[in-house]
Write a protein that binds this ligand. Structure first.
Ligand SMILES: [Zn+2]
Length: 255
């Protein structure tokens, strides 16, 4: 069946609005699939995983770094104490060398203190060595983690590039399909287009369905045979509605 094209008044008018409606629905379904593909690109999931791993590494590194800082503070404190011991020792030695007359009686006490300070210094230096030994594995672990982090950050940069490239391909497809969709939709009678748009918004992106056999392709339910019969005998171009889901129902063209 060939429909005569309507008079060209203003915008083009669809010769067969119901066939056009189904094409618009198909293009909308294609757009929804493209959007879904865009949002579920594997690069996006990989990038999210890399970002999670980076955050975990940062947390791990911050904990190790805090531990290292504690040890560094401890080492600094020991070195400060060693400095005090050394200064005290050299002050006593000067007094020993300069000891004359009554002061000379304190020489033994001063020698005892020097010996005590020497023991204290050895003790502090042992402690410092211990602290430095504890720092070593931390430094090693931090260096390894920093290496992992650099590699992961580089991988994230490549993934971002790959993701943008994949998005650009899909965006180009979306632009093409959207353009066709707009041209087709603009030829629909306004009331039909408005009904379609509001049903589509309410019903999960599908506002128009085909009657295939006894079944509505929107809700996949079978219609009562009397209803199917009624729809089949509607004058051509009449819009039917699925009783079950409320979608616009278009008779599939006869084979
Ligand atoms: Zn239905």
């Amino acid at each position: 069946m060939t429909a005569d094209p309507g008079p060209a008044a203003g915008r083009p008018v669809a010769a067969d609005p119901l066939a056009t409606l189904l094409r618009v629905q198909d293009l909308d379904t294609e757009l929804a699939q493209l959007e879904h593909r865009r949002s579920s690109l594997p690069e996006r999931a990989d990038l999210r995983a890399a970002a999670d791993r980076l955050r975990a590494l940062d947390t791990e590194m911050a904990a190790l770094d805090a531990e290292r800082q504690l040890l560094a503070d401890r080492q600094q404190e020991i070195e400060r104490q060693v400095g005090t011991v050394v200064a005290r020792r050299s002050a006593i030695e000067q007094r020993m060398y300069a000891a004359r007359g009554p002061e000379a009686r304190d020489l033994q006490a001063m020698a005892d203190e020097v010996a005590h300070l020497d023991r204290r210094r050895i003790e502090l230096e042992d402690q410092e060595l211990e602290v430095m030994e504890q720092q070593e594995p931390l430094e090693g672990a931090l260096a390894r983690l920093a290496g992992d982090r650099d590699a992961l950050a580089a991988a994230a940069v490549s993934l971002t590039t790959a993701l943008h490239a994949a998005e650009a391909v899909i965006d180009a497809e979306i632009a093409t399909v959207s353009a066709s969709r707009s041209i087709e939709a603009d030829t629909l009678p306004e009331s039909l287009r408005d009904r379609y748009e509001s049903l589509r918004a309410k019903l999960g992106g599908i506002g128009a369905a085909r009657l295939v056999g006894n079944r509505c392709s929107g809700c996949h339910l079978e219609l009562p045979s009397m209803e199917v019969d009624r729809i089949r005998h509607l004058p051509p171009g009449t819009v039917a509605t699925c009783e079950q889901c409320g979608r616009l129902l278009v008779r599939a063209p006869a084979p």
